[in-house]
Design a binder for this molecule. Structure first.
Ligand SMILES: Cc1ncc(COP(=O)(O)O)c(C=O)c1O
Length: 392
């Protein structure tokens, strides 16, 4: 056994809880350890590895770009950025984009864009929701709900407020002319795979028409085709002003985007926003492949296999209603809420059977597999999941 466990302890802030295996390589939806074990990966790089591991087209695109240059400063026009941006905006239904690298950074940009748009000391309030997760830098952490992430890191950004997710009454009571923007995940990831109610979103749209605030959609986890549509907002009838994406859109490389409607396009002037690595050409080259592949069947697969998995999980829930409280989500962003069983034990037992899943919101077993997962691979998970629940 290698000494990585000891080295890690000496080197890093202990911010990550690591799995007790060492990965050698990945292929498709599988990870292979240095000792030759094979794990079915339904964590999927936490929604990053949408095309699975070792995708040949992503590899070719990356190598071709590296042979030219792997970085240019944003002093230069870059075809690779423009190619990616054109595809992204068309697919997403927005008109302007700023490219960055990480999710939290794109939320920060969206906060800045909101502030710059209103330039007002009256329209200042930023609303977000219980269970919401938007990142860990100060702006995004100010909009992130859970105490676990925030505790002892105060003070946060002023003029922020949390409302209960999916509560129409709280929206009505708290949103007004001082509201600048409402930030939300249309499907909450870390909060436990909670899908927004249609009635809640309809009310949000109605209030937006009245008070003229911005709706900022965090599609960092529920974008990139995961829900069977490119963005989770595409499942709703809503007029979103700003949408941020990250994670899956870069083919495993750091790439994020703040997308906005045309009327916001004059908001930022030269120098008012920027980042060294934003729109890195290698990430954009990989990202273009992701967008092409999503359109060439991968997104449909997310929808078909997602529906299949969900219906089979609902069957399992019928067999064990005392242990499975709920099965929810869309496409390949699914959550199984357990009750009367130890959630961590379910995850650990699956791990013993060489299946990787993790927990969201304490009691929810979350599935975020690569979107290329096929029916046979889904069946392997279902078989072991049922066995684990039966014996839990
Ligand atoms: C919905 C959502 N928003 C924001 C983030 C933050 O993204 P990053 O970790 O790339 O900063 C995450 C990460 O898990 C997320 O799931």
């Amino acid at each position: 056994m290698s000494d990585i466990f000891e080295r890690e302890k000496k080197l890093f802030f202990p911010t990550y809880k690591r799995l007790p295996i060492e990965i050698d390589r990945g292929e498709g939806v599988y990870l292979f350890t240095k000792t030759g074990d094979r794990y079915l990966d339904l964590i999927g790089g936490l929604a990053v590895n949408v095309l699975g591991y070792a995708n040949k087209k992503v590899r070719t695109a990356i190598l071709n770009q590296i042979d030219k240059f792997n970085h240019l400063s944003n002093f230069f026009y870059q075809d690779t950025q423009a190619d990616f941006a054109e595809k992204l905006l068309e697919f997403a239904g927005f008109e302007r984009v700023f490219l960055a690298s990480t999710g939290t950074e794109s939320i920060e940009g969206a906060i800045k864009l909101t502030r710059k748009h209103f330039k007002s000391d009256k329209k200042v309030n930023l609303i977000s929701f219980t269970g919401g997760f938007h990142g860990r830098t100060y702006g995004s952490l100010s909009l992130t709900y859970k105490d676990k992430f925030r505790k002892d890191h105060e003070p946060f950004l002023p003029f922020t407020k949390f409302l209960p997710y999916n509560s129409i009454k709280d929206l009505e009571d708290n949103v007004d002319e001082e509201t600048a923007a409402v930030f939300l995940e249309f499907i909450q990831g870390e909060g436990g795979v909670n899908v927004a109610d249609v009635g809640f979103i309809d009310k949000l749209q109605e209030l937006k028409d009245k008070y003229k605030f911005l709706i900022v959609s965090d599609c960092i986890q529920c974008g990139a085709g995961r829900t069977g549509k490119f963005l989770s907002i595409h499942h709703f009838n809503v007029n979103v002003d700003i949408c941020v994406v990250a994670k899956g859109i870069g083919g495993g490389l750091p790439l994020s985007a703040i997308m906005a409607k045309e009327y916001l396009s004059d908001c930022w002037k030269i120098g008012e926003h920027g980042t060294t690595f934003g729109g890195n050409p290698v990430a954009c080259a990989a990202g273009s492949v992701v967008l092409d592949e999503l359109q060439n069947g991968v997104m449909d697969n997310a929808s078909v296999i997602g529906d299949y998995l969900k219906s089979k999980l609902l069957d399992i829930q019928k067999k064990f209603p005392e242990k499975l409280k709920d099965v929810r989500g869309l496409g390949l962003m699914l959550g199984i809420e357990v009750q009367n069983v130890n959630p961590s034990e379910v995850v650990n037992k699956l791990f013993d059977n060489k299946i990787l899943v993790n927990l969201a919101g304490d009691k929810v077993v979350r599935l975020l597999p690569p979107l290329i997962i096929n029916k046979e691979e889904a069946d392997i998970f279902l078989y072991f999941f049922e066995k684990v629940i039966e014996n839990a």
